[in-house]
Write a protein that binds this ligand. Structure first.
Ligand code: NAD
Length: 470
């Protein structure tokens, strides 16, 4: 079995950074270099303030940085040195052209692959870490093989990442499974074993799964589609709960106690966000369309449709409850990240909701413990939505440094991100209530607060999937 001694990771993002930092942390005999074309990001990885917030990440990085873990913009040098290269670049949904709004944009994967092909001076194992449509490795292989010589051979593996932002370090240190797909040729299997050898420094052998290349690629899309599908399923039920007096927490608990279903990912909410779920389902939808499987495409697409519906339903309910107008009313939004314990705002439900509030001429005060002010302005001024000028956003949106400031003189509080500090045992809701316009409304999009307790304080509380119907 080939022993991996030198790893390069192309892409120092939410996946490449933590994943390869953990490899360096667990494998002191392997030199790990994480490279990126973005010099600002690399400078941040080399500074005291890392470019992403992830619990436990600082410890791992500061422990190994400049020992066997390096961050660099020298992509070519790191490729040349490495015997194994992770391609962990972004694969966003295509914005224009064929498949726009559905297909994955594979330009970054192709560009990284071409770079490897051009500058490699020795044989490499190239590992697809990015989430890609099934059979992308075929294109990568064609590019690499066109550049291989008698002396330089490329093996290609698929090793999708299953970490969740907010728990990335724990997920990487104790993964449910590590999946490695390879071509079922003697060389492919040898490369697969070499990568398995890296993970086996800390991951139990029975958690390292080996499959063929295409199963591995498809498994990542399938896993994300099924996770998102559970959220959309429970969110669809939340609408029925509100209309009938059933309680979505009780329904989810009762269903989740069935061991065939399990209890995870059954929390109703204002809708899922993040850079992956929507993109990967749309990717699966596009793949199904390309394979001439329209019924399969429609089936998965409904998961995204339900997610959009849930966000719109939440906004409609807020407007209706606030006497059918939010014009000139102040709405305090608690949370902007797409989930707790991350500063990532990509596809956050908060963006959609706040753009709708601005469109309805409300004033919005936002507080999030980890998202930077500039990021919020950038996300809201993004012309992808109804709001398209920075000026308009700045006029209507105030970014606050705590929840009390945001809620001062507000007509309503909207809990969008489930940060622990918004729980009613951590935030002084009585103090918040005292500073608000009356009647003071609270809309909980995360099932975070104890509604009866807050109602006793005087709040008019509205929780997704719950109603006061007897
Ligand atoms: P990201 O945008 O945070 O990071 C990607 C990085 O790649 C960027 O810093 C970019 O500058 C760099 N890059 C792009 N092209 C490059 C090139 N040719 N050479 C060098 N650097 C280049 O993205 P991310 O969130 O880390 O996601 C990466 C991949 O992992 C995506 O395919 C994503 O779907 C997948 N994934 C993400 C998550 C997640 O939670 N974020 C989880 C699992 C899988």
């Amino acid at each position: 079995m080939t022993t991996v001694k030198n790893i390069c990771c192309i892409g120092a993002g939410y996946v490449g950074g933590p994943t390869c930092a953990v490899i360096a942390y667990k494998c002191h005999d392997i030199k790990v270099t994480i490279v990126d074309v973005n010099p600002t990001r690399i400078a941040a990885w080399n500074s005291d303030k890392l470019p992403i917030y992830e619990p436990g990440l600082d410890k791992v990085v500061f422990d190994r940085r400049d020992k066997n873990l390096f961050f660099s913009t020298n992509v070519d040098g790191a490729i040349q040195e490495a015997d194994l290269i992770f391609v962990s670049v972004n694969t966003p949904t295509k914005k224009a052209g064929m498949g726009a709004g559905r297909a994955a944009d594979l330009a970054y994967v192709e560009s990284a692959t071409r770079r490897i092909a051009q500058v490699a001076t020795s044989s490499k194992i190239v590992v697809e870490k990015s989430t890609v449509p099934c059979r992308t490795a075929q294109s990568m292989r064609t590019i690499l093989e066109a550049n291989s010589t008698k002396e330089i051979h490329f093996d290609i593996l698929s090793n999708p990442e299953f970490l969740a932002e907010g728990t990335a370090i724990d997920d990487l240190l104790s993964p449910d499974r590590v999946l490695i797909g390879a071509l079922q040729t003697p060389e492919g299997i040898k490369a697969q074993q070499a990568l398995a050898g890296v993970y086996q420094h800390w991951v139990p052998k029975d958690r390292v799964l080996t499959t063929n290349l295409w199963s591995s690629e498809l498994s990542k899309l399938a896993a994300n589609a099924m996770l998102a599908q559970r959220i959309s399923s429970v969110n669809a039920l939340s609408a029925i709960c509100e209309a009938t007096g059933a309680d979505v927490d009780e329904v989810a608990y009762a269903c989740g106690r069935d061991t065939r279903l399990g209890s995870k990912f059954l929390k109703a909410s204002v809708g899922f966000g993040g850079s992956c779920f929507q993109k990967d389902i749309l990717n699966l939808v596009y793949l199904s369309e390309q394979l001439n499987l329209p019924e399969v495409a429609a089936y998965w697409h409904q998961v995204v449709v339900m997610n959009e519906y849930q966000k719109k339903r939440f906004v409609r309910n807020i407007i209706k409850t606030l006497f059918n107008t939010i014009t000139n009313k102040k709405i305090a939004v608690l949370g902007f990240a797409f989930k707790k314990d991350t500063g990532d705002t990509r596809e956050s439900a908060a963006i959609t909701l706040i753009k709708d509030f601005i469109q309805e001429s409300a004033h919005v005060a936002i507080y999030d413990p980890k998202v930077e002010r500039e990021q919020i302005y950038m996300d809201l001024a993004d012309s992808g939505g109804v709001v398209d000028t920075r000026q308009q956003v700045e006029k209507q949106v105030q970014i606050c440094s705590n929840a009390y400031e945001a809620a001062q003189d507000a007509d309503a509080i909207v809990v969008v991100t489930e940060w622990d500090e918004f729980r009613d045992d951590q935030l002084d809701y009585a103090k918040i209530y005292a500073g608000m316009h009356k009647p003071a409304f609270l809309f909980d999009g995360r099932l975070l607060v104890n509604a009866p307790k807050l109602r006793k304080m005087g709040f008019k509380v509205n929780v997704i999937g719950k109603t006061e119907l007897a």
